[in-house]
Each structure stands twice: as C-alpha cells, then as structure tokens.
Design a protein around this ligand. Structure first.
Ligand SMILES: Nc1ncnc2c1ncn2[C@@H]1O[C@H](COP(=O)(O)OP(=O)(O)OP(=O)(O)O)[C@@H](O)[C@H]1O
Ligand SMILES: [Mg+2]
Length: 447
C-alpha cells in the first residue's frame, strides 16, 4: 500500500473518538498522532508537514474551521478529512466553501475514513518534498526528535556554545546547521572544520591562519576559519580528535575570542559562535586525560544528544518515505509503493549507521527499482529485537535485580532506550541500565 508509514494527525476533543480513530489509522499501517485541541496542534513543533489531518469540526476554543483557516495561511496545504456531527450542516457548508473536500459524519464508517485518509496520503506521496518548511529539514515525529527540535529552537537565538553528541550518522551536522539557520547569525557564514580530516600539524593553521613565511611552504598569508566565521558560526566537527597540544590555544580563542595567526604577533579579535560535535564520549576522554577538562566545560555550555535511530523507531517509516520520495524525484522514477513487509522489517532493523545508513539503503533501492514498487533488500544484519534472547550470566545467582532487568528487556523486545525501552520501564537512565547489565553479566545473543 502506497501510504504505509505516512503520518496522520488527529484533532478531536472527545478522547474515545480520538483514540478509536488513532487505532484505526495505526491498524492500516500509518503513524497516528493525536491532539485534544486546535491550539495544542498549533503549539507543537512540527519538524515536517503532516501528510493528512483528521479534524473534528466541533472543537472547543479554536474550531476545526478556524484551524483550517490558520493552516491555509501558511502553505503548503495540508489535506484535511473533516469529521462532523449530525447537526453541523452550516459548518459543513462553510468548510466546503473554504475548499475542504472530505467530510464524514459521526459515527464514522471505518472503511470510508480509511479510504479518505488513503486519498490524502497518496496525493502527498506524489507531491513535492515539503519538508523545506521545517526546522533544518529534519524528518521525524518521535518524542526524542521533538525534544531535539525544541532544544534547537531554545538555544539557536542565544550565543551559547553547543556540544552535539551522538553516534555516527545520527544527524549532528544537520542539527548544527539548523541552529545556525535559526540564529541571528543566519546571514553570516557557517564555517565548518572537520578536526578528524585535517592532520594535527595543519589544524592549527586551518583554525587560526598564518602569516607569510610562518613555516616552510607558507608562501602567502592565510586567513584561518575563526576569521572566516567572524559574526557567524564555527562548527568544530569531530572535536574529540583535536590534538591535546592545540587545546590551550583553542580554549583561549573560545574564552577571549582572541588569537594570533601562526608566525604572527598581532592579536586578532573575532565574534564567533561555536558549535562542536563528536561521536566520542568526551567526558570519559577527560577522565582518561585525553581531552582537557577546561575545554570540555567551555564547549559543553548547552549539551545536545542526538539519539540513535533504533531509539526512535517511529521515525524510520517516515524517513524511508522521505528519502524514497527525494531519490525517486531526483532519478525520475515513479515509485508509488513501499511494500509493507519491507517497511516492517526495516523498522525492526538496528541501523548501526543510523540515518546515513538508511539514506544510502533507500538510494540504492531506488536505483534498483524500475517499476512503481520500491525493491528493498533488508540488511542482512543483527536485528535489534525480535529474534533476540537474553542470556543468563555464567554464574546463576537469581538476584531479583537481574530478574527485573530481564523481564523489562523481554517486555521491550530487547530495546534498552527510548520511551518504550527497558530503561524507561525500570525508571533508569539508559547508561545506568547498560552498566548494571554489564555488571550482572547480562549479554544478548542473536540466533
Ligand atoms: N532527521 C533527519 N531527517 C532527514 N535527514 C536526516 C535527519 N538526520 C540526519 N539526516 C541525514 O542523514 C545524513 C547523516 O547526517 P549527518 O551528516 O548530520 O550525521 P552526523 O551525526 O554528523 O554523522 P557523522 O558522525 O558520521 O559525521 C545526512 O545526509 C543528513 O542530511
Ligand atoms: Mg558529521
């Protein structure tokens, strides 16, 4: 079915009606998200435009029609399926005049509702990629991603240093760019330095520049990235790789916004906002003496952790649809359908390479799909849940704690983090649970 995995929003003040519609939507393979009022719907940060909105016309406060009007003011249009009560004919007439196409009268016939939703979703699937309207082009509806979006919106307008941590391919660079775009510096440069890609010896001159003749081969004066980023944002990527010897100079540049070019003695002053990113555990590096503590604290004014994809599985179908649409458009393919079984298997896959891995897989799949159905090969790797069994440790002391942990892991299907993960069930932090599991010798086995 073409619309599998699409996102459908439901706004209805009647809790049982709302949940009933959401259940129906989920049973058809869509992702449902519910709201009690139009105000609540407008208040949430929406990282991407919904593909369909099921809207009760009769809402307290902002009515369904008011909401329709508000949404119409900021294109692109959201397809709406209206639910009306028996006595709502005048409302219906108004809504039709305002351009609404789909009406269903409560109590709603399930098949009719699903049919209307499918129409909306299918039309979305063929449309332009609309996410350009959203925060930093970030696709995803999971609570974890919404937290990130909220943090971005909070920190962007300040000049605070941000430290973005997260596994490879989780979207750290995207987050850094979004912060810059939402800041007062957006008209000024966003300059990036990948500390892992530049050899340590050259990094100093890359960052701070050099004067002519500063070292053999320095034939002309060169501006460093700090100077290039003046009044803008400097993104220090892979900050964990910066050599220890260079760290004091970097610290001073961050604290005083002052430095000297290599081979020069004139102090240069800049106004730069710093965002750093790393997939290493910097705190641990500090403990091990591999990273300076003072620099760490200076960078870590506002920490932001981007969770791995396996801890926000709700986002997987949305991302697959998003990238399918993007690559199909780019390669001029008319792909209309993603097989539900493939989507299901991909949602359970562990994605060690996170979103970059998913993106590459979809690109490859689109290349290999000549017809209207996306041909996906599900990666032949360890699934994170499903066929997972939790091994008791070698020495079997039946401590109640281990039993509790094993139970929670069974209930969560082996997932540790995230809203439904074992850590949340036990009321523990993910890292705490992981270290307890290690201590208790709980490991997992795949078969
Ligand atoms: N929420 C998202 N929605 C859409 N695309 C995303 C999202 N998050 C990441 N991407 C895409 O995934 C790819 C990897 O993201 P990015 O380069 O920002 O990751 P990273 O954390 O910096 O990875 P690395 O640690 O390997 O440098 C990029 O092409 C990015 O555009
Ligand atoms: Mg990166």
């Amino acid at each position: 079915m073409a619309g599998t995995g699409a996102l459908v929003y439901v706004v209805d003040d009647d809790a049982s009606a709302r949940e009933g519609v959401a259940r129906l939507i989920r049973s058809a393979g869509f992702v449902a998200k519910t709201f009690e009022s139009g105000e609540e719907f407008l208040a949430i940060p929406r990282p991407r435009v919904p593909s369909c909105l099921v809207l009760d016309v009769n809402l307290p406060g902002l009515s369904g029609l008011d909401l329709q009007e508000k949404l119409a003011q900021s294109p692109p249009p959201v397809p709406i399926v209206f639910l009306t009560g028996q006595g709502d004919i005048p409302m219906t007439v108004r809504a039709v005049k305002a351009g609404a196409a789909n009406f269903l009268t409560k109590p709603v016939d399930d098949e009719a509702l699903l049919g209307a939703i499918r129409n909306c979703v299918d039309s979305w699937f063929g449309d332009e990629v609309r996410s350009d309207q959203s925060v930093g082009n970030m696709v995803g509806e999971s609570p974890a991603l919404q937290d990130i979006v909220r943090d971005i919106q909070v920190v962007a307008p300040t000049d605070a240093a941000v430290l973005i941590q997260g596994e490879t391919g989780t979207g750290k660079e995207l987050v850094a760019r979004a912060i810059h775009e939402l800041s007062g510096r957006r008209q000024r440069p966003f300059i990036m330095v990948n500390c892992a890609a530049i050899p340590g010896t050259l990094l100093e001159s890359e960052l701070f520049g050099h004067e002519r003749g500063a070292f053999t081969g320095a034939l002309a004066q060169k501006l460093g990235r700090f100077e290039l980023a003046h009044q803008g944002t400097l993104f220090l990527d892979e900050i964990g790789e910066i050599p220890l010897e260079l760290q004091p100079k970097l610290l001073r540049a961050l604290q005083e916004q002052d430095f000297e070019r290599l081979g020069g003695n004139r102090t240069t002053h800049v106004d730069v906002r710093i965002i750093a990113a790393t997939n290493r555990n910097l705190r641990q590096m500090v403990n091990e003496g591999k990273f300076r503590g003072d620099l760490y604290y200076r960078l870590n004014v506002f920490p932001l952790t981007v969770p791995p994809l396996r801890e926000r599985r709700e986002d997987i179908p949305l991302l697959i649809r998003f990238f399918t649409q993007r690559y199909a458009r780019k390669m001029n393919r008319a792909i209309e359908e993603i097989p539900a079984a493939a989507l299901d298997a991909l949602t359970r896959y562990s994605w060690p390479g996170n979103i970059r891995e998913l993106q590459n897989l979809v690109e490859r799949s689109v290349i290999l799909s000549p017809g209207r159905v996306l041909q996906v090969t599900v990666p032949d790797a360890i699934p994170d849940s499903g066929n997972v069994r939790w091994l008791p440790p070698a020495s079997r002391d039946e401590s109640p704690e281990r039993e509790r942990i094993l139970d929670a892991l069974r209930l969560s299907g082996g997932i540790i983090g995230g809203a439904d993960g074992a850590a949340a069930r036990l009321g523990l932090r993910r890292t705490t649970l992981q270290s307890r599991m290690k201590k208790l010798g709980i490991t997992r086995q795949f078969h």
